[in-house]
Design a protein around this ligand. Structure first.
Ligand SMILES: [Zn+2]
Length: 181
């Protein structure tokens, strides 16, 4: 791409990289994080925009609505498809709404976040069980009912600890789960 290309040629180049896939229109070019981005010459997206990578969703929005998304609002995709740049799947949200929406979609449910939740739960002084208790349950051949009474937890919970579904030594997958008392 050259900085001297016409605005029309640039826009056609962008549109060429968008292909219908299922219900969506997917960007075939680069993503930065979860955002499709396309090279944009200076001033082609809005007056004074910097030359470089800009959100393809902003570009599509700009040429559909003849204006950029309003200040303080962000474009989110109702289809949750990172590659989608379909105008019909775009929804304007305030930044605060966008954060709430991310929580609703579980997008903040990252391994680091889950590890923090587990550590907080395990640090709870009122917790009936500790990791030592969990180890004792797993090492024990006593009946669920006996252990249930000893630790003051229900028999279902004893089963979960025995199967490693509760208080696992290593939570599956991520090393950040490797919690030690
Ligand atoms: Zn979509």
């Amino acid at each position: 791409m050259t900085p001297t290309m016409s605005k029309e040629a640039w826009l056609l180049g962008i549109l060429d990289l968008i292909e219908p896939v299922g219900e969506c229109e997917e960007w075939q070019g680069a993503l930065v994080g979860r955002t499709p981005v396309g090279y944009t010459p200076r001033g082609y997206l809005f007056e004074g925009n910097s030359q470089g990578k800009h959100s393809v969703r902003s570009i599509v929005w700009r040429f559909k609505h003849l204006a950029m998304p309003p200040a303080g609002q962000v474009v989110r995709m109702t289809c949750c498809n990172d590659r989608c740049v379909c105008i019909a799947h775009m929804k304007l949200m305030t930044r605060a709404d966008s954060v709430r929406e991310q929580f609703r979609r579980g997008e903040h449910n990252t391994p680091a976040r889950r590890a923090a939740v587990i550590q907080r739960a395990r640090a709870n002084p009122n917790a009936k069980l500790t990791i030592e208790g969990a180890r004792e349950i797993r090492a024990s051949e006593e009946a669920d009912e006996v252990l249930s009474q000893r630790f003051g937890i229900c028999t279902k919970r004893v089963g979960m600890v025995r199967r490693g579904e509760a208080w696992p030594e290593l939570a599956q997958g991520a090393s950040v789960f490797n919690w030690r008392p």
